[in-house]
Design a protein around this ligand. Structure first.
Ligand code: ATP
Ligand code: MG
Length: 414
């Protein structure tokens, strides 16, 4: 679980601002959901035999003896809220959320126990239009952020067609049981499609030669996928068809996708999602098609720091106010409030904590401000301020309070 320090937090804000802007521009509204839900919600939604439910959840009993879990992902809570609050059928809601998720994984680069996702969900639209819309939203977000990623795409078909595929897979892997590793052998009869997701290089050839999911797709899913690909082609989206992309959560149907990068090492997925037409009924709601995705903020922030030289810099103050003595301090407060009222967008840092002028100038310099306003005994008695450029060689000059707002407005957006 990480601390996000000031040297990185402005990049997080940049990501959050861009995401909000992009999602809102397509009519998606923010929903804020609890961090904790009943354990049962996740085991029913995500699936008993997934990695998350088997071994990654932070689960505890509260004082009433109820079993609760820190959310490992956002979709289950969103569906729960949608059903409870009647959001799913009124206005075809398009929603987005962001926040912390918790998974007790083995910590490593790009994989943390508290991490953050931004996610999007849409209900009541059987697609493929909304599938394409969401993929285009993600592409637009990458463009806004200045990062690059590759889109991988697959269709999982309906639960029925998947049963057939599953049987074929089990049959195939049973014939090659001796080549499976321990994890895969365990999954063979519980969740055989997850074997395709294995990161063990020793299994690569075996997995390559396994039956291919697209060969088992039902006709409707095949047509849905064709139309989605057509919309993506029309929009000039590059993608790679990846028949081995199965995703680690049970609730997906039809479209699944993942955006990957080669810039982060082993943890290469930065955003993943898909359609989950069965989940709402599974959780007790009326049949409701649904489509969503989530991006991993830590990984995207790292990519922005690596790839986006034009990202906005940290927000440094424009002005640092230096003062000495009580009358000067009172004027410094008066001037600071006046300027904050009158110069919109101004970032002004007022020296707090007594210190010599020399020490205050060092603080002003370290703050990154481009100008110091200096107030001593003399200035306090004449109600003036010394305007001292810190980053260029020009003389300091005395100014009346009236002249200050215009002089400082000129600093903004420079
Ligand atoms: P992975 O294959 O990396 O385990 P996942 O399939 O478990 O990912 P999802 O549950 O689909 O991931 O989550 C969506 C995104 O959230 C991922 O693409 C990834 O960027 C990010 N993510 C998932 N787990 C973590 C984690 N433990 N730490 C940081 N980011 C994570
Ligand atoms: Mg995972």
């Amino acid at each position: 679980m990480n601390d996000i320090l000031p040297e990185h937090s402005h990049v997080w804000q940049f990501l959050e601002d861009c995401a909000r802007e992009v999602f809102q521009s397509a009519g998606y509204c923010e929903i804020r959901l609890p961090l904790v839900e009943r354990t049962e919600l996740f085991s029913r939604a995500i699936g008993e035999v997934t990695d998350i439910v088997e071994k990654e959840m932070y689960t505890f009993e509260d004082r009433n003896g109820d079993s609760l879990t820190l959310r490992p992902e956002g979709t289950a809570g969103c569906v729960r809220a949608g059903i409870e609050r009647g959001l799913l059928h009124n206005s075809q809601p398009r929603l987005w959320y962001s926040g912390a998720m918790f998974r007790h994984e083995r910590p490593q680069k790009g994989r943390y126990r508290q991490f953050h996702q931004i996610g999007v969900e849409a209900y009541g639209m059987p697609g493929p239009d909304v599938d394409a819309e969401q993929i285009l939203l993600v592409r637009r977000l990458w463009q806004r952020l200045g990062i690059r990623a590759e889109l991988r795409l697959n269709s999982l078909g309906t639960p029925e067609s998947r049963q057939e595929y599953r049987a074929a897979l089990v049959h195939y892997f049973e014939q090659h049981q001796s080549q499976l590793d321990e994890d895969s052998r365990r999954r063979l009869h519980t969740n055989p499609m997850r074997i395709l997701d294995s990161k063990n290089p020793a299994l690569r050839e075996l997995i390559e030669a396994a039956p291919s999911l697209p060969d088992y797709l039902d006709a409707d899913s095949r047509e849905h996928f064709r139309q989605l690909c057509q919309l993506l082609d029309d929009a000039g989206v590059d993608y790679v068809l990846d028949p081995r992309l199965v995703r680690g959560l049970d609730y997906y149907t039809r479209t699944v996708f993942e955006w990957v990068t080669d810039a982060l090492g082993a943890q290469d997925a930065i955003c993943s999602g898909g359609r989950y037409d069965g989940l709402v009924t599974q959780l007790g709601g009326r049949p409701t098609p649904a489509m969503g995705f989530a991006l991993g903020m830590e990984r995207v922030v790292t990519l922005i720091e690596q790839q986006a030289p034009d990202r906005p810099p940290a927000m440094l103050p424009h002005v640092y106010v230096v003062h000495s003595g009580e009358p000067a301090r009172r004027l410094a407060f008066e001037v600071s409030e006046l300027l904050r009222d009158q110069v919109s967008g101004l970032r002004l840092m007022l020296n707090c904590g007594e210190a010599s002028f020399k020490a205050q100038f060092r603080r002003a310099d370290n703050s990154g401000a481009s100008v110091a306003l200096v107030i001593g005994e003399q200035e306090a008695s004449t109600r003036t301020v010394q305007f001292k450029p810190l980053r260029e060689h020009s003389e300091q000059q005395a100014m009346t309070l009236d002249a200050l707002p215009d002089a400082l407005a000129a600093l903004i957006d420079r």
